[in-house]
Design a protein around this ligand. Structure first.
Ligand code: ACO
Length: 401
């Protein structure tokens, strides 16, 4: 193997890999991903089996602690998360300070960061019980504040976790329950969300996860690192794509429903428009998550009896792109975000909340990766660069500039 440190000190050479297209930043035992074959496994278990047979809390435990939990372990985990679902009342003052139509991801990143202020003691990762507590605290509080971002936008009263209900069912309650009446509450909805959260739970060194690891590598705390992950996820080339997909489909519908016209725009190199929900940095054959979600979307829509013209546009676009030489030759297939928004829309979740749902799903992955990085005592992340600026020059007095 090449000794990079030695090579650099002897020659000044650095490896250049913009976008880290082929740079491994760590060793990880959490998620296996084969982009050519379209394989995704958490801790060795196939995503297909987990989506079919497990549930989100169990998968969270698996990702974070390495093994599927026993009945006693998952019961304890769920109880310990519940213990931490109360959010400091003073956090409400922070929420009140945001403008009414602030983007939920902006509020979520800020509130997650604010949790650091309310829980300032650093976590000693060498102490298993401290680490475990910090993990349960993050899982509990994040779900509640994530749903509060929606309630804030709607002007609804903020509410609390219901200890008699499960984690995913609590998501629907926290979002939609009002003092005045019931909310959309059926098993199909909870199962579909559970599946979606599982499919989003980890994806090795993607942009937001790498961010969480690199921020945490300075020994910044868990909340601060997760807050950075939320910000990274927000971008439209990453988790923000699920919102962008729906907005794109709505735009196509509002402009006469001509999918081919938008396909042509996406191929035009002078047009910055990209077909949102298509393409992936690693999957060059198909996205295994998209396959599972596509079926879940069909099931949910049939079960809820939804007949949405946006879906017909999505289908037209998908079929046309899959047969198009431009998309075929660049291995551009629908990714997970192409279908997830369709389900969220059918469940009545507003478009601006789509990326927040992604964040709730991705939380256990971020935690698992942060924990692995700290427990493995990884060094601080600090890439090098190739300097392209001015050579040494003399300072010029302001009067002479
Ligand atoms: N529409 C049109 N053309 C595209 C698209 C697209 N969605 N995606 C890639 N291309 C083209 C590029 O223009 C480029 O063409 P060229 O070779 O002629 O220059 C080629 O395909 C390769 O694209 P890159 O941008 O180099 O691929 P990269 O791996 O850097 O980007 C990404 C991957 C960001 C996902 C990209 O495909 C994209 O922007 N997709 C749309 C946004 C999206 O759906 N993001 C969600 C990703 S999944 C997730 O985060 C959960």
């Amino acid at each position: 193997a090449i000794d990079i440190e030695k090579l650099r000190s002897e020659t000044g050479a650095v490896t250049m890999d913009p976008g880290f297209k082929n740079t491994g930043a760590c060793k990880s035992a959490i998620t296996f991903l084969d982009g050519e074959e379209g394989i995704l496994r958490y801790r060795g278990y196939s995503i297909e089996q987990l989506a079919e047979q497990s549930n989100f809390l169990e998968v969270s435990y698996l990702l974070i602690f390495g093994e599927l939990p026993t009945a006693a372990q998952i019961e304890k985990f769920e109880n310990d998360i519940r213990k931490y679902t109360l959010v400091n009342e003073e956090m409400k003052n922070i929420i009140d300070g945001f403008p009414k139509n602030a983007h939920p991801m902006g509020i979520l990143a800020s509130l997650t960061s604010a949790l650091t202020a309310f829980n300032p003691a650093p976590v000693n990762v060498a102490k298993e019980d401290e680490l475990y507590d910090a993990i349960c605290k993050t899982m509990g509080k994040f779900l509640v504040i994530a749903t509060w971002t929606f309630r804030k936008n709607m002007g609804y009263p903020l509410n609390y976790y219901d200890n008699t209900k499960g984690y995913v069912e609590n998501f629907m309650r926290l979002m939609f329950e009002l003092p005045t009446g019931p909310y959309l509450r059926n098993e199909t909805v909870v199962n579909a969300l559970d599946k979606l959260f599982i499919l989003h739970a980890d994806h090795e060194q993607n942009c937001s996860t790498s961010t969480v690891r690199i921020v945490g590598s300075s020994h910044a705390g868990l909340f601060a690192s997760i807050s950075a992950g939320v910000s990274a996820l927000w971008g439209p080339l990453h988790g923000g794509a699920n919102q962008a997909v729906l907005e794109m489909l709505e735009e196509i519908q509002n402009n006469g429903g001509d999918a081919d016209k938008y396909l042509a725009k996406a191929k035009d190199k002078d047009d910055p428009f990209r077909l949102m929900g298509f393409g992936h940095r690693v999957y060059k054959n198909f996205d295994p998550r998209a396959k599972i979600i596509k079926k879940a979307a069909d099931d949910v829509l049939a079960e809820l009896g939804v007949n949405d013209p946006i879906l017909n546009i999505a289908k037209k676009l998908e079929e046309a792109a899959l047969q198009d030489e431009y998309f075929k030759s660049r291995n551009l297939y629908p990714n997970v975000d192409f279908y997830s928004g369709i389900i969220y829309r059918a469940l009545g979740i507003p478009t601006e909340m789509f990326t927040v749902l992604f964040a709730i799903g991705r939380l256990p992955g971020w935690i698992a990766q942060w924990k692995e990085m700290r427990v493995n005592k990884e060094p601080i992340g600090r890439p090098r660069q190739i300097y392209t600026g001015a050579p040494l020059r003399d300072f010029v007095e302001q009067s002479a500039r």
